[in-house]
Design a binder for this molecule. Structure first.
Ligand code: G
Ligand code: G
Ligand code: MN
Ligand code: NA
Length: 249
């Protein structure tokens, strides 16, 4: 696979960068943080979507060093911001690698970023094996003072038992539901249900993929506590983050 070959040299070739998408709380419309999203600028193909290269990197294990680079870069960048958080995605494969907790501890210390300003986003697939070891790692990460959110909730193997087994700080409602609120009664019911569940459990609920004011009003009315989506801002390069912070605070 040509892409796999090129991926092997991408870290050394400094071909990755991060973009940042604002996250906003719904009660005050305040900016609370940014999600860091990885971008690969391939020397001949141009930008390759993470949806394309992350599965390859997970397959061959490269996601471990690439994910470490992303976390360190995100912490270092966020350390220069005012008091807003940065959210970083963790691949399930990183959970099975050794030394994840030590790596996170070290990345925070090196950047001088207070742990409460880091949020780690994990998908249900990370929890699928449901092992004691995974739960233990999640507890250790949380004990550091970082927050942990459950990403892409509602798709895939969603199991409510995850929410009981591990105290997440946030549930992120997958954007496929928000995007179909206008035409799908099922999506409406699902967003309402997840928001209620979050309220009962005392867990924040972020509606992802909010693009229109109608969607914004709807997810607020459902009881979601935060939003992320093009309505408040697309993922932007580091240099534009300052401007977004000024616009949204
Ligand atoms: O930004 P975009 O919508 O193209 O991202 C596509 C997918 O890639 C999303 O599911 C997102 O979670 C994932 N992704 C983006 N950056 C990272 C990263 O640094 N690590 C991991 N594991 N996934 C990421
Ligand atoms: O899977 P995860 O939630 O980590 O990935 C977030 C992805 O969703 C990012 O790649 C981002 O580009 C994309 N995204 C964020 N907001 C919107 C939106 O409002 N509309 C669409 N279509 N995609 C979005
Ligand atoms: Mn995410
Ligand atoms: Na998501």
């Amino acid at each position: 696979h040509a892409l796999e070959h090129d991926l092997r040299g991408a870290l050394e070739g400094r071909q990755f960068h991060l973009v940042f998408q604002p996250q906003v709380r719904l009660d005050t419309s305040e900016l609370t943080g940014f999600e860091a999203l990885l971008r690969w600028n391939h020397p001949t193909r141009g930008l390759v979507s993470p949806a394309e290269f992350i599965p390859i990197a997970e397959e061959n294990g490269l996601i471990v060093p690439i994910g470490e680079w992303a976390l360190r870069a995100a912490c270092a960048t966020a350390a220069s911001w005012p008091d807003v958080a940065v959210a970083v995605n963790l691949s399930p494969v990183q959970f099975r690698s050794r030394g994840l907790v030590a790596m996170v501890t070290n990345a925070l210390a090196e950047a001088g970023l207070p742990p409460r300003r880091l949020e780690l986003e994990v998908t249900e697939t990370a929890l699928l094996d449901d092992s004691e070891a995974t739960i233990e790692i999640l507890h250790q990460l949380r004990a550091l003072g970082v927050r942990v959110s459950l990403d892409d909730f509602g798709v895939g193997y969603s199991s409510l038992s995850y929410l009981r087994k591990f105290p997440f700080d946030r549930i992120k409602i997958d954007r496929s539901f928000v995007g179909t609120l206008g035409e799908s009664p099922e999506s409406i019911a699902i967003v309402r249900t997840i928001a209620s569940l979050g309220a009962v459990l005392g867990v924040e609920t972020t509606a992802e993929g909010v693009e229109t004011v109608e969607q914004l009003d709807f997810v607020r009315e459902c009881g979601c506590t935060a939003v992320q989506g093009y309505y408040f801002g697309k993922p932007c390069p580091t240099a534009e983050v300052r401007g977004v912070i000024e616009r949204l605070s």
